[in-house]
Design a protein around this ligand. Sequence first.
Ligand code: SF4
Length: 567
Amino acid sequence: MDIEREVLEVDVLIVGAGPAGLSCAYRLKELLDKHEEKHATGDPVCSKDLSGAMIAVIEKGAHVGAHSLSGAVMDPKGIAELIPDYVEQGAPLEKKVEDDTLYILTKSGKFAVPWLPKSMHNHGFNIISLNRFTSWLGSRVEEKGVDILAGAGGAEVLYANGKTLGVRTDDKGRDKAGAPRHNFEAGTDIHAKVTVFAEGVRGSLTKAHVKKLQLDYGRNPQSYVTGVKEVWEVPEGRLSRGTVYHTLGYPLDTRTFGGGFIYTMNDNLLALGFVVGLNYRNPLTDPHNLFSKFKTHPFVKSLLDCGKMLRYGAKAIPEGGFFSMPKMYGDGFLIIGDSAGFLNSRRLKGIHLAIKSGIMAAETIYDSLVVEDFSDAKLAAFNSRFEKSWAKEELHGVRNFHQAYEDGLFSGFLHTGLQIITGGRGLKEKYEIDEDHKRMKKIGDYFGTDTVDPKRDQIKHDGALTWNKLDNVYYSGTKHEEDQPSHLVITDLNICNDRCGKEYGNPCQHFCPAHVYEMEEDEKGKRKLKLNPSNCVHCKTCDIADPYGIITWVVPEGGGGPNYSDM
Ligand code: SF4
Protein backbone atom coordinates (compact mmCIF):
# COMPACT_ATOMS: atom_id res chain seq x y z
CA MET A 1 0.00 0.00 0.00
CA ASP A 2 1.38 3.40 -0.98
CA ILE A 3 1.23 5.77 1.92
CA GLU A 4 1.45 9.49 1.61
CA ARG A 5 3.76 10.77 4.27
CA GLU A 6 4.36 14.22 5.58
CA VAL A 7 7.92 15.38 5.01
CA LEU A 8 9.54 17.60 7.60
CA GLU A 9 12.72 19.40 6.61
CA VAL A 10 15.07 20.28 9.45
CA ASP A 11 18.74 21.11 9.66
CA VAL A 12 19.64 18.69 12.43
CA LEU A 13 17.70 15.64 13.57
CA ILE A 14 18.66 14.05 16.87
CA VAL A 15 17.27 10.56 17.42
CA GLY A 16 16.89 9.95 21.14
CA ALA A 17 16.42 12.33 24.07
CA GLY A 18 18.87 10.73 26.47
CA PRO A 19 21.92 12.47 27.97
CA ALA A 20 23.89 12.36 24.68
CA GLY A 21 21.13 13.60 22.38
CA LEU A 22 19.95 16.30 24.77
CA SER A 23 23.49 17.54 25.36
CA CYS A 24 23.99 17.79 21.62
CA ALA A 25 20.76 19.78 21.25
CA TYR A 26 21.61 22.06 24.17
CA ARG A 27 25.14 22.93 23.06
CA LEU A 28 24.17 23.32 19.42
CA LYS A 29 21.36 25.73 20.25
CA GLU A 30 23.72 27.66 22.49
CA LEU A 31 26.26 27.96 19.66
CA LEU A 32 23.57 29.00 17.18
CA ASP A 33 22.23 31.63 19.58
CA LYS A 34 25.72 33.08 20.08
CA HIS A 35 26.27 33.02 16.33
CA GLU A 36 23.04 34.94 15.80
CA GLU A 37 23.99 37.59 18.36
CA LYS A 38 27.28 38.17 16.56
CA HIS A 39 25.65 37.99 13.14
CA ALA A 40 23.24 40.74 14.19
CA THR A 41 26.16 43.01 15.10
CA GLY A 42 27.78 42.45 11.70
CA ASP A 43 30.63 40.33 13.00
CA PRO A 44 32.35 39.06 9.82
CA VAL A 45 33.22 35.73 11.48
CA CYS A 46 29.49 35.05 11.76
CA SER A 47 28.41 36.42 8.39
CA LYS A 48 26.25 33.42 7.52
CA ASP A 49 22.64 33.78 8.56
CA LEU A 50 21.78 30.75 10.66
CA SER A 51 18.71 32.26 12.28
CA GLY A 52 16.37 29.73 10.69
CA ALA A 53 18.45 26.66 11.56
CA MET A 54 16.10 24.05 12.93
CA ILE A 55 16.94 21.28 15.38
CA ALA A 56 14.46 18.49 16.04
CA VAL A 57 14.79 15.80 18.71
CA ILE A 58 12.65 12.67 18.54
CA GLU A 59 12.13 10.35 21.51
CA LYS A 60 10.30 7.01 21.52
CA GLY A 61 9.30 7.32 25.20
CA ALA A 62 6.01 8.96 26.11
CA HIS A 63 7.99 11.78 27.71
CA VAL A 64 11.64 12.68 28.15
CA GLY A 65 13.20 10.37 30.74
CA ALA A 66 10.48 7.69 30.53
CA HIS A 67 12.97 5.17 29.12
CA SER A 68 16.08 6.34 30.99
CA LEU A 69 17.48 3.93 33.55
CA SER A 70 20.90 3.68 35.11
CA GLY A 71 22.57 3.01 38.49
CA ALA A 72 23.67 5.81 38.81
CA VAL A 73 26.68 7.57 40.26
CA MET A 74 27.54 10.42 37.91
CA ASP A 75 30.99 11.87 37.33
CA PRO A 76 30.05 15.58 37.00
CA LYS A 77 32.79 16.30 34.46
CA GLY A 78 30.38 16.15 31.51
CA ILE A 79 27.49 18.16 32.91
CA ALA A 80 29.87 20.78 34.33
CA GLU A 81 31.24 21.31 30.84
CA LEU A 82 27.76 21.54 29.32
CA ILE A 83 26.00 23.62 31.99
CA PRO A 84 28.61 25.02 34.41
CA ASP A 85 25.92 26.22 36.85
CA TYR A 86 23.98 22.96 36.73
CA VAL A 87 23.59 22.91 40.53
CA GLU A 88 22.11 26.43 40.59
CA GLN A 89 19.87 25.44 37.68
CA GLY A 90 18.32 22.77 39.86
CA ALA A 91 19.83 19.55 38.49
CA PRO A 92 18.23 16.75 40.50
CA LEU A 93 21.19 15.44 42.46
CA GLU A 94 21.25 13.13 45.43
CA LYS A 95 23.89 13.40 48.11
CA LYS A 96 27.55 13.15 47.14
CA VAL A 97 29.19 9.79 47.78
CA GLU A 98 30.87 9.55 51.20
CA ASP A 99 31.03 5.81 51.78
CA ASP A 100 32.25 3.83 48.78
CA THR A 101 32.95 0.13 49.27
CA LEU A 102 33.46 -2.87 47.00
CA TYR A 103 32.45 -6.15 48.65
CA ILE A 104 33.10 -9.69 47.54
CA LEU A 105 30.05 -11.74 48.48
CA THR A 106 30.28 -15.38 49.45
CA LYS A 107 27.07 -17.40 49.76
CA SER A 108 26.33 -16.02 53.21
CA GLY A 109 29.11 -13.59 54.04
CA LYS A 110 31.09 -10.69 52.63
CA PHE A 111 34.47 -9.03 52.81
CA ALA A 112 35.49 -5.58 51.67
CA VAL A 113 38.19 -5.16 49.01
CA PRO A 114 40.86 -3.17 50.87
CA TRP A 115 42.25 -1.24 47.91
CA LEU A 116 40.97 0.04 44.59
CA PRO A 117 42.73 2.21 42.00
CA LYS A 118 41.85 5.89 42.30
CA SER A 119 40.09 5.84 38.94
CA MET A 120 37.47 3.53 40.49
CA HIS A 121 36.71 5.78 43.46
CA ASN A 122 33.29 7.42 43.62
CA HIS A 123 33.90 9.81 46.51
CA GLY A 124 32.52 13.26 45.81
CA PHE A 125 30.37 12.20 42.85
CA ASN A 126 26.60 12.62 42.97
CA ILE A 127 24.21 9.72 43.08
CA ILE A 128 21.39 10.45 40.64
CA SER A 129 18.23 9.01 39.22
CA LEU A 130 19.00 9.08 35.50
CA ASN A 131 15.41 9.40 34.45
CA ARG A 132 14.87 12.42 36.71
CA PHE A 133 18.16 13.91 35.50
CA THR A 134 17.25 13.34 31.85
CA SER A 135 13.86 14.89 32.35
CA TRP A 136 15.53 17.97 33.92
CA LEU A 137 18.01 18.22 31.02
CA GLY A 138 15.12 17.92 28.55
CA SER A 139 13.44 20.91 30.21
CA ARG A 140 16.65 22.95 29.84
CA VAL A 141 16.76 22.05 26.13
CA GLU A 142 13.11 23.03 25.62
CA GLU A 143 13.68 26.30 27.46
CA LYS A 144 16.32 27.07 24.85
CA GLY A 145 13.66 26.72 22.18
CA VAL A 146 14.37 23.25 20.79
CA ASP A 147 11.36 21.05 20.04
CA ILE A 148 11.43 17.54 21.46
CA LEU A 149 8.90 15.25 19.82
CA ALA A 150 8.19 12.65 22.51
CA GLY A 151 6.27 9.54 21.56
CA ALA A 152 7.96 9.47 18.14
CA GLY A 153 10.12 6.43 17.55
CA GLY A 154 12.62 6.23 14.69
CA ALA A 155 11.39 3.35 12.50
CA GLU A 156 13.74 3.51 9.53
CA VAL A 157 16.81 5.37 8.33
CA LEU A 158 16.30 7.18 5.04
CA TYR A 159 19.05 7.42 2.44
CA ALA A 160 19.42 9.31 -0.82
CA ASN A 161 22.32 9.30 -3.25
CA GLY A 162 24.46 7.27 -0.87
CA LYS A 163 23.97 9.76 1.95
CA THR A 164 21.96 9.63 5.13
CA LEU A 165 18.84 11.69 4.51
CA GLY A 166 17.03 11.38 7.84
CA VAL A 167 14.61 9.10 9.62
CA ARG A 168 11.03 7.90 9.17
CA THR A 169 9.11 7.90 12.43
CA ASP A 170 6.85 5.04 13.44
CA ASP A 171 3.40 4.52 11.98
CA LYS A 172 0.66 4.62 14.59
CA GLY A 173 -2.58 2.69 14.44
CA ARG A 174 -1.64 -0.57 12.71
CA ASP A 175 -3.24 -3.78 13.93
CA LYS A 176 -1.41 -6.99 14.84
CA ALA A 177 -1.30 -8.05 11.19
CA GLY A 178 0.06 -4.67 10.14
CA ALA A 179 -3.16 -3.40 8.55
CA PRO A 180 -4.15 0.21 9.24
CA ARG A 181 -6.80 0.67 11.94
CA HIS A 182 -9.40 3.46 11.93
CA ASN A 183 -6.97 5.71 13.81
CA PHE A 184 -4.01 5.09 11.51
CA GLU A 185 -1.42 7.85 11.33
CA ALA A 186 1.49 7.48 8.96
CA GLY A 187 4.93 8.23 10.33
CA THR A 188 6.67 11.36 9.15
CA ASP A 189 9.78 11.44 6.98
CA ILE A 190 12.14 13.83 8.71
CA HIS A 191 14.87 15.00 6.35
CA ALA A 192 17.95 16.58 7.87
CA LYS A 193 21.35 17.84 6.83
CA VAL A 194 22.78 15.86 9.74
CA THR A 195 21.13 12.97 11.55
CA VAL A 196 22.54 12.25 15.00
CA PHE A 197 22.00 8.71 16.26
CA ALA A 198 21.69 9.02 20.03
CA GLU A 199 19.31 6.13 20.58
CA GLY A 200 21.08 4.66 23.58
CA VAL A 201 22.24 1.10 23.90
CA ARG A 202 21.74 -1.20 20.88
CA GLY A 203 19.67 1.41 19.05
CA SER A 204 17.59 -0.32 16.41
CA LEU A 205 18.33 2.30 13.75
CA THR A 206 21.99 2.52 14.71
CA LYS A 207 22.33 -1.25 14.48
CA ALA A 208 20.92 -1.32 10.94
CA HIS A 209 22.90 1.76 9.92
CA VAL A 210 26.21 0.41 11.24
CA LYS A 211 25.60 -2.86 9.43
CA LYS A 212 24.58 -1.22 6.14
CA LEU A 213 27.61 1.06 6.02
CA GLN A 214 29.95 -1.49 7.66
CA LEU A 215 30.91 1.10 10.25
CA ASP A 216 32.20 -1.62 12.57
CA TYR A 217 34.68 -2.98 10.06
CA GLY A 218 37.93 -3.91 11.81
CA ARG A 219 36.48 -3.16 15.27
CA ASN A 220 35.71 -5.58 18.07
CA PRO A 221 32.00 -6.38 18.22
CA GLN A 222 30.17 -4.50 20.95
CA SER A 223 29.89 -6.48 24.20
CA TYR A 224 27.08 -5.97 26.71
CA VAL A 225 25.87 -6.59 30.21
CA THR A 226 22.23 -6.52 31.24
CA GLY A 227 21.31 -4.71 34.41
CA VAL A 228 18.15 -5.38 36.41
CA LYS A 229 17.22 -2.73 38.95
CA GLU A 230 14.71 -1.91 41.66
CA VAL A 231 14.12 1.12 43.84
CA TRP A 232 13.03 0.44 47.43
CA GLU A 233 11.77 2.59 50.24
CA VAL A 234 13.52 1.43 53.42
CA PRO A 235 13.08 2.42 57.06
CA GLU A 236 14.61 5.72 58.17
CA GLY A 237 18.30 5.49 59.03
CA ARG A 238 18.90 2.12 57.31
CA LEU A 239 21.93 3.46 55.44
CA SER A 240 23.34 6.96 55.54
CA ARG A 241 22.81 9.00 52.40
CA GLY A 242 25.84 9.09 50.15
CA THR A 243 26.53 5.37 50.52
CA VAL A 244 27.62 3.36 47.50
CA TYR A 245 28.24 -0.39 47.62
CA HIS A 246 29.35 -2.51 44.69
CA THR A 247 29.60 -6.27 44.90
CA LEU A 248 31.30 -9.13 43.11
CA GLY A 249 30.82 -12.83 43.72
CA TYR A 250 27.54 -14.40 44.86
CA PRO A 251 25.34 -15.40 43.12
CA LEU A 252 27.58 -15.52 40.03
CA ASP A 253 30.03 -18.29 39.31
CA THR A 254 33.58 -17.11 38.74
CA ARG A 255 33.34 -17.51 34.95
CA THR A 256 30.41 -15.12 34.48
CA PHE A 257 31.02 -11.38 34.43
CA GLY A 258 28.89 -9.11 36.59
CA GLY A 259 28.05 -7.85 40.04
CA GLY A 260 25.68 -5.86 42.19
CA PHE A 261 25.20 -2.25 43.21
CA ILE A 262 23.41 -0.53 46.09
CA TYR A 263 23.10 3.26 46.23
CA THR A 264 21.26 5.40 48.76
CA MET A 265 19.00 8.20 47.58
CA ASN A 266 16.96 10.91 49.27
CA ASP A 267 13.68 10.13 51.05
CA ASN A 268 14.91 6.74 52.34
CA LEU A 269 15.10 5.37 48.83
CA LEU A 270 17.58 2.65 47.99
CA ALA A 271 18.52 1.87 44.38
CA LEU A 272 19.87 -1.61 43.89
CA GLY A 273 20.58 -3.76 40.90
CA PHE A 274 22.57 -6.53 39.39
CA VAL A 275 24.43 -6.65 36.06
CA VAL A 276 25.32 -9.80 34.16
CA GLY A 277 27.68 -10.05 31.18
CA LEU A 278 25.80 -11.28 28.12
CA ASN A 279 28.85 -13.24 27.01
CA TYR A 280 27.87 -15.98 29.46
CA ARG A 281 28.22 -19.67 28.66
CA ASN A 282 25.38 -21.20 30.68
CA PRO A 283 22.26 -21.06 28.43
CA LEU A 284 19.98 -21.01 31.48
CA THR A 285 21.52 -17.75 32.76
CA ASP A 286 18.74 -15.46 33.90
CA PRO A 287 19.64 -11.90 34.98
CA HIS A 288 16.32 -11.44 36.78
CA ASN A 289 16.80 -14.66 38.74
CA LEU A 290 20.38 -13.70 39.61
CA PHE A 291 19.15 -10.32 40.84
CA SER A 292 16.52 -12.09 42.96
CA LYS A 293 19.19 -14.35 44.45
CA PHE A 294 21.37 -11.30 45.13
CA LYS A 295 18.54 -9.83 47.20
CA THR A 296 18.32 -13.00 49.29
CA HIS A 297 21.97 -12.71 50.37
CA PRO A 298 21.92 -11.95 54.12
CA PHE A 299 23.77 -8.65 53.64
CA VAL A 300 21.44 -7.32 50.94
CA LYS A 301 18.34 -8.77 52.61
CA SER A 302 19.18 -6.99 55.85
CA LEU A 303 19.23 -3.66 53.99
CA LEU A 304 15.77 -4.29 52.51
CA ASP A 305 14.17 -5.70 55.64
CA CYS A 306 10.75 -4.06 56.32
CA GLY A 307 11.17 -2.03 53.13
CA LYS A 308 8.87 -1.72 50.15
CA MET A 309 9.77 -2.19 46.49
CA LEU A 310 8.57 0.76 44.42
CA ARG A 311 10.12 0.49 40.97
CA TYR A 312 11.53 -2.10 38.59
CA GLY A 313 13.38 -1.89 35.30
CA ALA A 314 16.12 -3.39 33.15
CA LYS A 315 18.52 -2.26 30.50
CA ALA A 316 21.52 -3.53 28.56
CA ILE A 317 24.76 -1.57 28.85
CA PRO A 318 27.48 -1.38 26.15
CA GLU A 319 30.72 -2.46 27.82
CA GLY A 320 33.00 -3.30 24.89
CA GLY A 321 34.79 0.03 25.20
CA PHE A 322 37.23 1.80 22.92
CA PHE A 323 37.87 -1.05 20.47
CA SER A 324 34.14 -1.69 20.01
CA MET A 325 33.30 1.86 18.94
CA PRO A 326 32.17 2.01 15.30
CA LYS A 327 33.16 4.72 12.85
CA MET A 328 31.04 7.50 14.32
CA TYR A 329 30.61 9.83 11.34
CA GLY A 330 29.83 9.75 7.65
CA ASP A 331 27.92 11.61 4.95
CA GLY A 332 25.11 13.29 6.85
CA PHE A 333 25.32 11.51 10.19
CA LEU A 334 27.02 11.14 13.57
CA ILE A 335 26.67 8.42 16.21
CA ILE A 336 27.02 9.38 19.88
CA GLY A 337 26.44 8.22 23.46
CA ASP A 338 25.68 4.59 24.29
CA SER A 339 24.88 3.98 20.62
CA ALA A 340 28.56 4.57 19.88
CA GLY A 341 29.83 2.84 23.04
CA PHE A 342 30.78 5.91 25.10
CA LEU A 343 31.01 3.98 28.38
CA ASN A 344 33.86 3.30 30.77
CA SER A 345 33.23 -0.28 31.87
CA ARG A 346 35.89 -0.28 34.59
CA ARG A 347 34.14 2.62 36.31
CA LEU A 348 30.67 1.45 35.21
CA LYS A 349 30.03 5.04 34.12
CA GLY A 350 28.84 6.50 30.85
CA ILE A 351 26.66 9.54 31.56
CA HIS A 352 29.59 11.99 31.61
CA LEU A 353 30.98 10.45 28.41
CA ALA A 354 27.57 10.53 26.71
CA ILE A 355 27.29 14.24 27.54
CA LYS A 356 30.78 14.90 26.23
CA SER A 357 29.97 13.06 22.98
CA GLY A 358 26.90 15.29 22.61
CA ILE A 359 28.99 18.42 23.12
CA MET A 360 31.57 17.31 20.54
CA ALA A 361 28.81 16.45 18.07
CA ALA A 362 27.21 19.88 18.53
CA GLU A 363 30.50 21.71 17.92
CA THR A 364 31.14 19.62 14.82
CA ILE A 365 27.64 20.21 13.43
CA TYR A 366 27.84 23.94 14.11
CA ASP A 367 31.04 24.16 12.04
CA SER A 368 29.33 22.20 9.28
CA LEU A 369 26.29 24.50 9.29
CA VAL A 370 28.52 27.55 8.93
CA VAL A 371 30.07 26.23 5.72
CA GLU A 372 27.06 24.12 4.57
CA ASP A 373 29.21 21.03 4.34
CA PHE A 374 27.83 17.79 5.82
CA SER A 375 30.13 15.40 4.08
CA ASP A 376 32.05 12.53 5.58
CA ALA A 377 35.23 14.62 5.32
CA LYS A 378 33.73 17.55 7.21
CA LEU A 379 31.96 15.52 9.89
CA ALA A 380 35.22 13.63 10.46
CA ALA A 381 36.00 16.60 12.70
CA PHE A 382 33.92 14.78 15.31
CA ASN A 383 36.55 12.09 15.41
CA SER A 384 39.36 14.64 15.59
CA ARG A 385 37.65 16.28 18.55
CA PHE A 386 37.22 12.90 20.19
CA GLU A 387 40.90 12.05 19.63
CA LYS A 388 41.97 15.21 21.48
CA SER A 389 39.40 14.94 24.27
CA TRP A 390 39.45 13.70 27.84
CA ALA A 391 36.83 11.18 26.72
CA LYS A 392 39.34 9.48 24.43
CA GLU A 393 42.00 9.56 27.13
CA GLU A 394 39.62 7.96 29.61
CA LEU A 395 38.30 5.30 27.24
CA HIS A 396 41.75 4.47 25.87
CA GLY A 397 43.03 3.96 29.40
CA VAL A 398 40.52 1.14 29.93
CA ARG A 399 40.49 -0.13 26.35
CA ASN A 400 40.99 -3.78 27.26
CA PHE A 401 39.11 -3.93 30.55
CA HIS A 402 35.92 -5.78 29.66
CA GLN A 403 37.67 -8.19 27.29
CA ALA A 404 40.01 -9.18 30.12
CA TYR A 405 37.15 -11.04 31.85
CA GLU A 406 36.45 -13.37 28.92
CA ASP A 407 37.96 -16.28 30.84
CA GLY A 408 36.51 -15.48 34.22
CA LEU A 409 37.00 -13.40 37.30
CA PHE A 410 40.45 -14.50 38.42
CA SER A 411 42.23 -14.12 35.11
CA GLY A 412 40.29 -10.87 34.73
CA PHE A 413 41.78 -9.56 37.99
CA LEU A 414 45.26 -10.45 36.78
CA HIS A 415 44.79 -8.75 33.42
CA THR A 416 43.23 -5.69 35.08
CA GLY A 417 46.22 -5.40 37.40
CA LEU A 418 48.56 -5.57 34.43
CA GLN A 419 46.47 -3.09 32.49
CA ILE A 420 46.57 -0.60 35.36
CA ILE A 421 50.38 -0.82 35.41
CA THR A 422 50.70 -0.53 31.61
CA GLY A 423 48.19 2.29 31.05
CA GLY A 424 45.44 0.02 29.75
CA ARG A 425 47.55 -2.17 27.49
CA GLY A 426 47.96 -5.36 29.48
CA LEU A 427 49.49 -8.29 27.60
CA LYS A 428 48.82 -6.81 24.16
CA GLU A 429 47.58 -3.60 22.63
CA LYS A 430 44.18 -4.96 21.62
CA TYR A 431 42.34 -7.85 23.25
CA GLU A 432 40.04 -9.35 20.61
CA ILE A 433 36.54 -10.62 21.43
CA ASP A 434 33.72 -12.36 19.63
CA GLU A 435 30.04 -11.44 19.67
CA ASP A 436 28.48 -12.16 23.07
CA HIS A 437 25.88 -14.66 21.87
CA LYS A 438 28.50 -16.83 20.17
CA ARG A 439 29.91 -17.83 23.55
CA MET A 440 26.70 -19.43 24.80
CA LYS A 441 27.09 -23.22 25.11
CA LYS A 442 24.51 -25.76 24.11
CA ILE A 443 22.74 -27.50 27.00
CA GLY A 444 24.54 -30.80 26.38
CA ASP A 445 27.95 -29.17 26.10
CA TYR A 446 27.49 -27.06 29.22
CA PHE A 447 25.81 -29.56 31.54
CA GLY A 448 27.15 -32.80 30.05
CA THR A 449 23.57 -34.04 29.55
CA ASP A 450 20.66 -33.06 27.33
CA THR A 451 18.07 -33.52 30.05
CA VAL A 452 18.28 -30.56 32.36
CA ASP A 453 15.43 -29.08 34.35
CA PRO A 454 15.19 -25.51 32.97
CA LYS A 455 14.01 -24.34 36.39
CA ARG A 456 16.92 -25.92 38.27
CA ASP A 457 18.48 -22.57 39.25
CA GLN A 458 15.27 -20.59 39.73
CA ILE A 459 14.44 -19.42 43.22
CA LYS A 460 10.92 -19.41 44.64
CA HIS A 461 9.48 -15.92 44.92
CA ASP A 462 7.80 -14.81 48.13
CA GLY A 463 6.21 -11.58 46.86
CA ALA A 464 7.90 -9.65 49.67
CA LEU A 465 11.60 -9.73 48.78
CA THR A 466 11.50 -11.22 45.29
CA TRP A 467 8.84 -11.35 42.59
CA ASN A 468 8.33 -13.24 39.38
CA LYS A 469 9.06 -11.29 36.21
CA LEU A 470 5.46 -10.50 35.44
CA ASP A 471 4.82 -9.03 38.87
CA ASN A 472 8.04 -7.06 38.64
CA VAL A 473 7.13 -5.60 35.24
CA TYR A 474 4.06 -4.01 36.80
CA TYR A 475 6.46 -1.77 38.74
CA SER A 476 8.12 -0.51 35.55
CA GLY A 477 4.94 1.23 34.43
CA THR A 478 5.22 -0.53 31.07
CA LYS A 479 2.35 -0.13 28.61
CA HIS A 480 2.03 -0.75 24.89
CA GLU A 481 -0.87 -0.59 22.51
CA GLU A 482 -1.88 -4.28 22.41
CA ASP A 483 -3.21 -4.25 18.85
CA GLN A 484 -0.03 -3.55 16.92
CA PRO A 485 2.52 -5.69 15.07
CA SER A 486 5.01 -7.41 17.36
CA HIS A 487 8.13 -5.32 17.77
CA LEU A 488 10.11 -8.53 18.33
CA VAL A 489 10.71 -9.76 14.83
CA ILE A 490 11.75 -13.40 14.67
CA THR A 491 12.92 -14.50 11.27
CA ASP A 492 12.46 -18.25 11.76
CA LEU A 493 9.98 -19.47 14.37
CA ASN A 494 10.77 -23.09 13.49
CA ILE A 495 14.15 -22.61 15.12
CA CYS A 496 12.46 -21.42 18.33
CA ASN A 497 9.86 -24.18 18.37
CA ASP A 498 12.18 -27.02 17.56
CA ARG A 499 15.95 -26.67 17.31
CA CYS A 500 16.54 -24.03 19.99
CA GLY A 501 14.62 -26.00 22.62
CA LYS A 502 16.80 -29.05 22.04
CA GLU A 503 20.08 -27.19 21.69
CA TYR A 504 19.84 -24.28 24.13
CA GLY A 505 16.61 -24.85 26.09
CA ASN A 506 15.05 -21.65 24.65
CA PRO A 507 17.25 -19.18 26.52
CA CYS A 508 14.92 -16.29 25.59
CA GLN A 509 12.70 -17.43 28.48
CA HIS A 510 15.62 -16.89 30.80
CA PHE A 511 17.48 -13.82 29.54
CA CYS A 512 14.41 -11.64 29.03
CA PRO A 513 13.72 -9.86 32.35
CA ALA A 514 10.10 -9.09 31.46
CA HIS A 515 8.51 -12.46 30.63
CA VAL A 516 8.03 -11.56 27.00
CA TYR A 517 9.10 -15.01 25.76
CA GLU A 518 7.14 -18.04 26.90
CA MET A 519 7.20 -21.63 25.65
CA GLU A 520 3.71 -23.13 25.61
CA GLU A 521 2.43 -26.56 24.64
CA ASP A 522 -0.31 -26.71 22.01
CA GLU A 523 -3.16 -29.23 22.07
CA LYS A 524 -0.88 -31.84 20.43
CA GLY A 525 1.76 -31.36 23.09
CA LYS A 526 4.13 -29.49 20.74
CA ARG A 527 6.10 -26.67 22.30
CA LYS A 528 5.59 -23.28 20.70
CA LEU A 529 6.91 -19.84 21.39
CA LYS A 530 4.36 -17.35 22.68
CA LEU A 531 5.31 -13.68 22.64
CA ASN A 532 4.00 -11.09 25.10
CA PRO A 533 5.47 -7.93 23.50
CA SER A 534 3.40 -5.60 25.63
CA ASN A 535 5.55 -6.55 28.67
CA CYS A 536 8.76 -5.40 26.99
CA VAL A 537 10.83 -2.91 28.99
CA HIS A 538 13.03 -2.12 25.96
CA CYS A 539 16.20 -3.49 27.55
CA LYS A 540 17.40 -4.94 24.17
CA THR A 541 18.80 -8.09 25.76
CA CYS A 542 17.02 -10.44 23.33
CA ASP A 543 18.42 -8.60 20.32
CA ILE A 544 21.91 -9.26 21.73
CA ALA A 545 21.79 -12.61 23.51
CA ASP A 546 19.74 -14.82 21.18
CA PRO A 547 22.24 -17.54 20.15
CA TYR A 548 20.99 -17.77 16.55
CA GLY A 549 20.79 -14.01 15.95
CA ILE A 550 17.21 -14.36 14.67
CA ILE A 551 15.52 -11.88 17.03
CA THR A 552 15.42 -8.25 15.93
CA TRP A 553 14.02 -5.61 18.23
CA VAL A 554 12.28 -2.92 16.18
CA VAL A 555 10.63 0.17 17.51
CA PRO A 556 6.99 -0.30 18.65
CA GLU A 557 4.45 2.51 18.46
CA GLY A 558 6.08 5.57 19.98
CA GLY A 559 4.96 6.34 23.51
CA GLY A 560 4.87 2.63 24.45
CA GLY A 561 7.31 0.97 26.81
CA PRO A 562 8.32 1.62 30.39
CA ASN A 563 7.40 4.72 32.30
CA TYR A 564 10.31 4.97 34.68
CA SER A 565 10.48 7.28 37.62
CA ASP A 566 13.26 7.46 40.23
CA MET A 567 15.25 5.00 38.05
FE1 SF4 B 1 14.29 -6.87 26.91
FE2 SF4 B 1 13.80 -8.18 24.63
FE3 SF4 B 1 12.54 -8.86 26.87
FE4 SF4 B 1 11.98 -6.55 25.63
S1 SF4 B 1 11.62 -8.60 24.83
S2 SF4 B 1 12.28 -6.84 27.82
S3 SF4 B 1 13.98 -5.99 24.87
S4 SF4 B 1 14.72 -9.04 26.47
